[in-house]
Write a protein that binds this ligand. Sequence first.
Ligand code: SF4
Length: 369
Amino acid sequence: MTSSTCDLAELELKELESALAPLGIEPYRAKQIYSWVHGRAVNEWEHMTDLPKKYRKSLAEAFTISTPRVVQRTLSGDGTMKFLFELTDCRRIEAVYIPDSPAHTFCISTQVGCAMQCTFCLTAKMGLERHLTAGEIAAQVRLLRSELKLLEQPVNVVLMGMGEPLHNYEATMRALRIMTSAHGAALSPRRITLSTVGILPALTRLASEPIMPNLAISLHGTTEEQRSSLLPVNRRYPLAELLATCRAFPLKRRSRITFEYVLIRDFNDSPADARRLARLLVGLRAKVNVIPLNSAPGIPYERPSSAKIDRFGRLLAEHRVTVSIRKSRGRDIRAACGQLVLEGTQPSPSQQLAGLMDTGVPSTPTSEL
Ligand code: SF4
């Protein structure tokens, strides 16, 4: 990209309309371009055949359409596929494709690494290298739809890959607006799930966004102490305040908050934990997704036995909690929950989390990256 070019991948539709004006191109052309780029995943101007040739030439001079490069695909025995993408600054991120019926699921990243230091998560060991831009977040979906030939099919998107989406608030919200634009990929917000450890100022802000994804909360513990030892962010935003914020969260009709609970042997998998969890959620429109831990080298916890996993799920159900026990997909290729990590990165998370704790600032604007 030269200094005079603008990255179209970062623009919302209205911004693109304005950016076309100096080129003398009519605003309605923005919808055509958006449909090519985001709807059909085409990023070469000469292929945008409903645009006059003279426009294509000036568009090519004025805009780039930055697109990560697919470096590697790794296929799991269960059909899950992990994608390694390289960004324009040569940093790398991962996204995961989980084939399913009736809709396939893409698990995408919002940051290179993560600052949250969750003690059961491999990504945490990378520390935060940088936030992704909105274009880089949305491009993962664009690339996966195109690489997997799923342009015509409904897909679910979960913001559960590398990073904490609410720590990169502005870019994440902009990416949601880009991905859901009726003239682009037109993803339904009902098919998008944002998973967060619960950065409360950002969660409160999310409640008033016009585009509302499904909400998943990484809970993982039933007491302040237990949760703090898994998610250090709990010391800044305690469990009690998190649940109060969830109770006040304006849910759409018939929707519920998903509470994710990583089940760890002899740590949070006892009958007392299950009963406490059920009590915490009384009165909330909630479902619990129990995720048996994916053990990994460097992670100081173990996966419970199948019998304990079943008992935990059964106890929740007996207490009238809607519960599902997540089948781990892609464990053999390290694509399962909490297993996304890039080799050769330097862990430096302590200072980053300390910075977040000190300020409580949930977001670094994309422009400051
Ligand atoms: S679990 Fe999520 S929020 Fe926690 S360190 Fe890993 S990527 Fe970050």
